[in-house]
Design a protein around this ligand. Structure first.
Ligand code: ZN
Length: 293
């Protein structure tokens, strides 16, 4: 096995470490991202990433959905009780309304589907997942972590959203319906064709949706590296300010576009290079690959 480095296995380890949200050092429980009720269940395959000769690829596949040990039992069950159902409902509606048949019937292609949902609860479900997959988020944005943990009742706010953060949302790419990924700390750049970058604290790709938590001011355009690939996606950063009573907000009132995006890991790998973090390692970047049935 020389030259093969296990990377994603860290997020599967049962050794006690700080919960991604509350910081308590405990044996962490399996947080399914997205939640199991949204279809991320037994028949979804999961593989941690390995670095094999300098190339990141999926390791060994196993059944049971895409998960990480990123949250303590309390934080994990809080999300399960308060937010998972709202997420499953949102994802289910998007899937129905963006099916090939529904798209053929659409009057104005490219418009967001007329989904009515609970933006505050859905955003919280996604953010709990982001804090589970990237342990550094709690260190970088402690106020956000604390607010999400302490809301009473759950989802009631107020939540201090950091100016430096954007939560991006769109559709997963229709040509890649079975490819899922959870990733944290990805810094990559497309070097062929038109130059774009992907700087992300966390990505969740699971049909029919893609979510990215990205720096609001990456400076990549100023530095001549090109725009963020997530720039075209919808901005869901404000959704967290909707209370739990707002359960029927029209997606079309929140975003004018709802494009699809193929994750850099799922497109031609030759075009993309992974950038090393500042300390010269890529230890922060962790991925879990998924394969949907
Ligand atoms: Zn916790």
């Amino acid at each position: 096995m020389a030259g093969i480095q296990l990377v994603g296995s860290m997020l599967a380890s049962a050794h006690p470490r700080p919960c991604g949200l509350c910081g308590d050092v405990r044996r962490l429980s399996r947080a399914h991202v997205p939640p199991q009720v949204a279809g991320n269940a037994a028949s979804v395959l999961r593989a941690p990433d390995v670095i094999d000769g300098g190339v990141r690829r999926a390791g060994r596949w196993s059944q049971g959905g895409m998960w990480v040990r990123g949250l303590c039992r309390d934080c994990n069950s809080l999300a399960g009780i308060a937010y998972d159902r709202a997420y499953a409902d949102f994802a289910g509606q998007v899937a129905r309304l963006t099916s090939p048949l529904a798209r053929r019937l659409a009057v104005i292609p490219g418009e967001p589907p007329g989904v009515r949902f609970a933006p505050g609860l859905v955003a919280r479900c996604v953010l709990f997942g982001m804090f589970a997959i990237n342990p550094r988020l709690r260190i970088l944005f402690p106020d956000l972590a604390a607010d999400l943990r302490k809301e009473t009742p759950a989802g009631a706010g107020p939540v201090r959203w950091p100016d430096q953060l954007l939560l991006r949302v769109g559709r997963s790419h229709p040509s890649l319906p079975r490819e899922g990924v959870l990733s944290s700390g990805v810094w990559s750049m497309r070097v062929l064709t038109e130059r774009v970058v992907h700087f992300s604290f966390g990505d969740i790709v699971f049909a029919p949706l893609v979510w990215s938590l990205v720096p609001a001011h990456s400076g990549s355009e100023r530095d001549g590296l090109g725009p963020q690939i997530t720039k075209r996606l919808g901005d869901a950063s404000g959704w967290v300010h909707y209370g739990p009573d707002r359960t029927s907000v029209d997606l079309r009132s929140l975003t004018r576009t709802f494009p699809s995006m193929a994750h850099p890991l799922h497109v031609k790998m030759d075009d993309w290079v992974e950038l090393l973090t500042r300390d010269g390692s890529d230890a922060d970047a962790v991925m879990v690959f998924g394969r949907l049935p």
